[in-house]
Design a protein around this ligand. Structure first.
Ligand code: HDE
Length: 686
């Protein structure tokens, strides 16, 4: 019967044998080790008949697949991570007994995960948002998780407001949009009713909210922590990560376009840098201060909406982190990584910051619902690399097989020659002693009540360009807010923050300035801090930056090669772009391009070179992708290096001469900067 004719399952269409294991490759098996002979066809009653329930190979495979996803993180769902190490460069045993800070040169393995906050796991990499900066240190005295952000302050002062904050910023509950964006009614409604958010808000609306690369972000522990030495003496401490490549950001239009050009821009950038051996590196620094200094400040160091400017307490670099290995498997490592602010080691302790106190509960709790078991610490990425043992037993997905009957402590089983199991040790973690006494109450300290002075200080610390970026970000976001009373309330706060900011945002929205908000505490003028500005601290380097070379028929191969060498000599990378990827004949040979023009817009690169003949430039001047490539690079304040023939394309793209527009030889140096002076010619900065 025709029905019974079957395709030979062991042969492909060309007749070759179908992926059967040889001596070198492991045999495919079921989860219980039974070898599988056919991974192509389910078991049927007759070639056209129904599938049989007894097909355990099929059922097991589909069953496992059906359960492949776990709940994504409620916040920070989208993230990318890497392995590496922390190296102590300046030991501080007199300040902290933490073993990772004890000896110069001592290395501790780390796993670092960077994330956006608002978007889902499959959302894009470059929205305006705070970025998570979480580092798990596998120390020899247990895991320390420093679960920080790329912004040193937080929106709220008390953990009890966190669910409200996050509900307001995530996609709106009825319509399920916008994804990964704060530009909507509910977020601005909440923040405008909670002026304690203003400081983090102004950071998020500044260039800090649109980092160029995960490798080019600062990181902060945010809260004030305590360091404790061998004698039990404590000091306050704030933790900082400083990227070796300097802090770099997008401009807004670039970041918005990067989302369209490459959903995975940051993830890819991190992965590729590590793969090519350009290992991202950060300095690790502490701000150490005592109670007296804390009491001398006009705000409370337990308030996570405040920074301590480094002009007041300088940073002491005590180590560095290098990320040198990509995860082997995204799910097993990056997705299953469970960071817990409550993971501290002897020598590091908490303070009473009410935000931190709430976090100490939240993260442990969330891992249970995300990873499904209290035994999530046994998953390899979460397990300490030092020995660990206690009397906790059983539970879902238990993978340890403890021996003997000592599952309680104290016990005297050793007296009968049995293994008594682990015991507490005198060198173990001890909470810093603290006298606590007070009424049981729900209240906020008056010292937490100044919401405007530090955001004003931030505004005053920026360059003109940076201030303009903040004002336009606020105009952009508030213009997406439909409810006018929310915009008005926000303008009330912004003019108290700084009259100039209030005026600019009102102008940009085309609104009258409403009455100013009435602050709980009148703001004071604090000294500006240059350390807060990205532009003032720009590092002139090509390392980690990428230059795109646009070429076409007849371009000079020698010019391309020379430029490539010059960029690589300065530790930059080159990406070649052409209208066709498959090979183009050049003056001096043929060349394939790394990317096709329409799929490789200039937003993906730090600078561009146009190596073109006049004929090619004339042709490309009629191609919108080519014109956009150049006009965007110009608008995004990037260096453009051009061969003589490229002029028709430069003219068509409206490029005007300035320091950033150079010949090909000048490009490797020019590409180290952005051209902020160009900006006033392109958009109104007032
Ligand atoms: Fe988080 N936060 N958070 N957060 N947070 C989570 O934990 C939470 C806060 C931060 O790469 C969740 O494992 C509360 C401040 C990072 O896996 C959750 C409060 C800072 C990450 C949670 C805060 C952060 C998270 C979601 C207010 C900077 C990603 C999944 C008290 C210092 C870590 C998870 C990773 C993740 C709760 C505030 C940083 C729900 C209740 C402040 C980097 O537990």
């Amino acid at each position: 019967m025709a029905d019974d004719k079957s395709f030979d399952t062991e042969k492909g269409s060309g007749g070759e044998r179908h992926q059967i294991a040889t001596g070198d490759t492991p045999a495919m098996t079921t989860n219980f080790g039974v070898p599988i002979s056919d991974n192509q066809n389910s078991l049927k009653a007759g070639a056209r008949g129904p599938t049989l329930l007894e097909d355990f190979v099929l059922r097991e495979k589909i069953f496992h697949f059906d359960h492949e996803r776990i709940p994504e993180r409620i916040v920070h769902a989208r993230g990318s991570a890497a392995h590496g190490y922390f190296e102590c460069t300046d030991p501080i045993p007199e300040i902290s007994r933490a073993s990772l800070f004890s000896k110069k040169g001592k290395k501790t393995p780390v796993f670092a995960r960077f994330s956006t906050v608002a978007g889902g796991a499959g959302s894009v990499d470059t929205p305006r948002d705070v970025r998570g900066f979480a580092v798990k240190f596998y120390t020899d005295e247990g895991n320390w998780d420093l679960v920080g952000n790329n912004i040193p302050v937080f929106f709220i002062q008390d953990a009890i407001k966190f669910p409200d904050l996050i509900h307001s910023v995530k996609m709106e509950a009825d319509r399920a949009y916008p994804q990964a964006a704060s530009a909507h009614d509910t977020f601005w409604d909440f923040v405008s009713l909670m002026p304690e958010t203003l400081h983090t808000l102004i950071w998020a609306m500044s260039d800090r909210g649109i980092p160029r690369s995960l490798r080019m972000m600062e990181g902060f522990g945010v809260h004030t922590f305590k360091l404790v030495n061998e004698k039990g003496e404590e000091t306050f401490c704030k933790f900082h990560w400083r990227p070796k490549l300097g802090t770099q950001s997008f401009v807004w239009d670039e970041s918005a376009k990067a989302q369209g050009a490459d959903n995975d821009f940051h993830r890819r950038d991190l992965w590729e840098a590590i793969e090519r051996g350009d290992h991202p590196e950060w300095d690790f620094a502490v701000q150490i201060f005592d109670k007296e200094l804390a009491e001398s400040l006009p705000y409370d160091v337990l308030d996570a909406t405040k920074i301590i400017p480094e002009e007041i307490v300088p940073l002491r670099v005590i180590g560095r982190m290098v990320l040198d290995r990509n995860p082997d498997n995204f799910f097993a490592e990056t997705e299953q990584a469970a960071f817990l602010p409550s993971n501290v080691v002897p020598g590091i302790d908490f303070t009473d910051d009410p935000l931190l106190q709430g976090r100490l509960f939240s993260y442990l709790d969330t891992q249970k619902s995300r990873l499904g078991t209290t035994n999530f610490h046994q998953i390899p990425i979460n397990a300490p690399k030092c020995p660990f043992a206690n009397m906790q037993r059983d539970g879902l997905m238990q993978t340890h097989v403890p021996k003997g009957r000592a599952n309680y402590e104290p016990n005297s089983l050793n007296e009968a020659g049995e293994d008594p199991g682990p015991r507490p040790v005198s060198t173990g973690f001890r909470s810093a002693e603290q006298h606590v006494e007070g009424d049981k109450l729900r209240m906020r300290l008056e010292a937490f009540g100044d919401f405007y002075s530090q955001p004003r200080m931030y505004w005053n610390s920026m360059t003109d360009n940076e201030r303009a970026h903040i004002a336009s970000a606020m105009v952009f976001e508030l213009s997406k807010v439909g409810l006018v009373h929310i915009r008005e309330r926000m303008l009330g706060h912004l003019q108290v923050l700084h009259p100039d900011l209030g005026r600019r945002v009102a102008d940009g929205l085309g609104m009258e300035l409403p009455a100013p908000a009435e602050p709980f505490k009148q703001p004071i003028d604090l000294e500006p801090s240059d350390a807060l500005s990205i532009q003032k601290n720009w590092q002139k380097t090509l390392q980690g930056r990428q230059v795109a070379i646009l070429f076409d028929e007849g371009s000079s191969k020698a010019e391309i090669d020379t430029l490539k060498k010059a960029v690589e000599a300065e530790k930059g990378t080159v990406f070649t772009v052409a209208p066709k990827v498959g090979g183009i004949s050049l003056d001096g040979g043929t060349m394939e391009a790394d990317g096709q023009l329409a799929g490789s817009p200039s937003v993906l690169f730090d600078a561009v070179a146009l190596v073109l003949t006049q004929d090619a430039a004339k042709k490309l001047a009629r191609d919108s992708a080519a014109v956009g490539f150049v006009s965007d690079a110009f608008a995004h304040l990037k260096a453009i290096g051009a061969s003589g023939g490229a002029k028709p394309l430069l003219d068509r793209a409206g490029v005007e001469a300035d320091e950033g527009i150079t010949d090909l030889a000048g490009l490797p140096d020019a590409a180290k900067l952005r051209y902020w002076d160009r900006e006033p010619k392109l958009r109104d900065l007032a």
